[in-house]
Design a protein around this ligand. Structure first.
Ligand code: NAD
Length: 411
């Protein structure tokens, strides 16, 4: 199986082909601008020394400052961060926010660290990448296993050296210059994405059966919003396992159960389902909302959904994507589907730089406009090139980034 970065580049190649892009542009567009690998040394609570490796990859900034999340996970490596940074370049271009693409990560299992250790690690990382981040340079945000708390520490550490700088990170708590609506933004963006795709096919969300892998920020919010819209969420899972109810789960009750026990597992009135079985369960829309590369050559032929809504980044391998195209399963690609987070991050950054605050309604209305406009632009290219939604989305992103690159000029 190809690595994450190679997978992204193979998807890009399809877009380069439909756009008939000159070879010199290809190299320019898939090569990251800068890659930082940093050693992070912190004192653990028991007095021992903890050693961790962190990365920040800045892929492209022709359309605006680098922008992308920070992930804490044991599997983080340079290949994965490179791939995620590249995806951010195309994602910010697809939804037309004035940012480039970047990503960061620390190879760590945050569940093994105390809150004090996590804070030390986050501050150490912020110090180590300080030369390369800033409100007009590179703006990190939360990703897997990082949250508003982690962003508060980054904001505080950066501000010690540069003065009050809330715009250096997004996804902050609302009480610390965060934006209303940011927490739900990626899930809400996913909701708008699937709503638009269904609408074009003459369908609605009502009664549609969803299976969601991952019940964190993205999966949890999406499940809640789908439930409120009258869709049926029949299965959800987290790292500990999954739950199933063919009549539809009562999502507010699942949330109560998670608040009490820390997992969806064991929710009364549901059957257990493994993470693997969830991916091939009978449903209308399958939503990978956890890790990358979960839909592969091995399970793609067993997927029974009609639509795949890529809430996670990079959940589908190139081989699986080919199988889905061949089987007529519509894949709503990550660089469009989960772009709601970066849209509202842009709004948070705008509020911070303009020293103002927006209402939640203003944020959600603007988010909806970005997602609806992006869908129209992707569908237009899909019709022009007679290609998959993924290739059309990449082509849209590449075209916008290439135009910005040309307009700025080289040298
Ligand atoms: P999160 O840490 O809040 O939640 C992750 C969820 O996945 C948790 O429920 C966790 O238990 C589950 N999980 C972890 N490992 C798993 C495994 N091996 N099998 C099944 N489930 C597992 O993270 P998040 O912010 O919701 O991010 C989820 C995905 O969405 C990631 O791919 C991330 O890159 C992508 N994403 C997030 C945002 C955002 O704004 N948070 C924006 C765009 C894309």
């Amino acid at each position: 199986m190809a690595g994450a970065y190679e997978t992204t580049n193979r998807y890009l190649q399809l877009a380069f082909d439909v756009l008939r892009l000159d070879h010199s542009y290809k190299t320019l567009l898939w090569t990251p601008s800068r890659e930082l690998r940093v050693e992070l040394v912190i004192q653990m609570d028991d007095g021992t020394i903890g050693n961790y490796i962190g990365y920040r990859v800045q892929h492209d900034d022709s359309r605006g400052p680098f922008k992308g999340g920070l992930r804490y996970h044991p599997d983080v490596d340079l290949d994965e961060v490179r791939s995620l940074a590249s995806l951010m370049t195309w994602k910010t271009a697809v939804v037309n926010v004035p940012f480039g693409g970047a990503k960061g990560g620390i190879q760590v299992d945050p569940n093994q660290l105390s809150q004090r250790e996590l804070q030390r690690l986050t501050r150490c990382f912020t110090q180590s990448v300080m030369i390369a981040i800033g409100p007009d340079l590179d703006i990190p945000a939360p990703d897997m296993n990082t949250n508003a708390r982690v962003m508060s520490w980054m904001f505080d550490e950066y501000s010690k050296y540069h003065g009050f700088s809330p715009a250096v990170v997004t996804g902050k708590p609302v009480d610390l210059h965060g934006s209303l609506g940011r927490d739900a933004a990626t899930g809400r963006g996913c909701l708008f994405a699937i709503r638009e795709v269904l609408h074009l096919a003459g369908a609605t969300l009502t009664g549609m059966r969803f299976a969601i892998q991952g019940f964190g920020n993205v999966g949890g919010w999406l499940a809640k919003l789908l439930f409120e819209q009258g869709a049926k969420v029949i299965a959800v899972s987290d790292v500990k396992g999954g739950i199933f109810n063919g009549d539809g789960l009562d999502i507010p009750r699942v949330n109560d159960h998670v608040a009490e026990t820390g997992s969806v597992v064991g929710m009364p009135g549901t059957e257990p389902i493994s993470n693997e079985a969830l991916l091939t369960t009978d449903c209308d829309v399958l939503v990978p909302a956890a890790l990358g590369h979960v839909l592969t050559q091995q399970n793609a032929r067993d997927v029974r959904a009609k639509y795949i809504l890529e809430a996670a980044n990079g959940p589908t391998t190139f081989e699986a994507d080919e199988i889905f195209n061949e089987r007529g399963i519509v894949c709503i690609p990550d660089i469009y589907a989960n772009a709601g987070g970066v849209c509202v991050s842009y709004m948070e950054w705008t509020q911070n730089t303009q020293k103002t605050t927006w209402s939640e309604e203003q944020v959600n209305t603007s988010l909806e406009r970005h997602m609806v406009d992006a869908h129209r632009a992707v569908v237009k290219l899909q019709e022009e090139f007679r290609c998959s939604m993924r290739t059309a989305a990449f082509a849209l992103g590449v075209r916008r980034v290439k135009n910005a690159t040309d307009l700025r000029g080289l040298g």
